[in-house]
Design a protein around this ligand. Sequence first.
Ligand code: MV4
Length: 446
Amino acid sequence: MYNRILIANRGEIALRIMRTCMDLGIETVAVFSEADRGARYLELADEKFCIGGAKSADSYLKIDQIISAAEIGNVEAVHPGFGFLAENAHFNEVCRDCNIDFIGPTPDAMQKLGDKNTARSMARAAKVPVVPGSEGLIASEEEAVKVAAEIGYPVLIKATAGGGGKGMRVAANALSLKSAWQQATTEAAAAFGNPDVYIEKYVELPRHVEVQVLADNHGNVVHLWERDCSTQRRHQKLIEEAPGPTLPKHVRKAICEAAVRMVQNAHYQNAGTVEFIVDKDHNFYFIEVNARIQVEHPVSEMVTGIDLIEQQIRVASGEKLPFKQKEIPCNGVAIECRINAEDATKNFMPMPGRIDEICIPGGMGVRFDTHVHAGYNVPPHYDSMIGKMIVHQPTREQAIATMIRCLKELRIKGIPTTAPFQIKVLQHNDFVEGKVDTKWVERTQL
Ligand code: MV4
């Protein structure tokens, strides 16, 4: 087990990692930008280093600065959290070259799975269902038209270096496909430095279901069941829950087993998420692997009783998984609401600023992961999430009721948040009946 770990992140996930490290008796080294100087969570670290200016590019994305902090801080491992450098294979490699463990997959697995077309081929090889589409990359608009004619419209053009919805274009017919291909490749080259795209049949109004997986360095792989993340707006998740509310038992079993096969074949190690879309007939299709711990990992922790950050650290240090698949339950229902400093009445405009007062809910099955406090200034430089309300109850009905109570009890004075909007979603019949797909928020007047 490690003695000292550097946390290459900020905010609630940095505090989340610190807490598990402290529970395990592991010292922590924190890094912070000028914008985060003085943040209260930093006081919990055994040592902290300023790594640069407020802009992410000047601090949390500065590999040399973070490595310097790791060297001076004399750490054995780095936990990247999510976002920033969490899926940067080069950073992963630099850590290992400097004899610092990267708490995550190998650079090779990260690199391969980061290329979405390669990941798709790996899924096929693992007999994981993929959306009907091109065998490989599409080199011209003529080839795009040919492939689309075979799979049928509408089709989705995806950037192989994209992910999370970035670099996607829908085309309803051959004419629009030609311009969509041009736009997609130009946009991908500009955004990712890689113009390569592939094509898939567009699955209308899918649900977004993802499977949490955990693999050690000894060939053992388990899943921690699935999460439904369909309640999202423009690819920004708002509410996540475990287990998925609409999956029949046989589909849950199949999708979780497919995720395990994918991870085994990819020689993936540590925590990861295998993401699927599920159509109205419960057909599921592989989309991508997220090679990091995710924002919504707490809902999987609540229903399984497993501390995922602890297991990430143990696995990275070479330990074997301490449980077999049959020992991992899925108890009750957990729901997470991301509390963002945004004004839902103003098109979810980010509203950074000072939190004058905050009252955090509690009670049976209530968890609020946050780094903010009264007097905290929400900086404008990073994403707008200021905390995550998580509830865990025996049934989905109870979990929804407790979440609504908590969102009402939550008092944050000084900035608007998404809580009032999420109350409306949780009270809506479609949500209660599990009829929310990935476009529901955008088409429903709340
Ligand atoms: C799709 C899809 C429908 N058909 N692929 C979105 C980003 C990445 N996670 C994969 N995504 C999707 N891939 C096919 N062939 C629907 C999504 C999707 C989505 C698409 C548009 C708007 C919001 C979305 C939310 C989740 C998934």
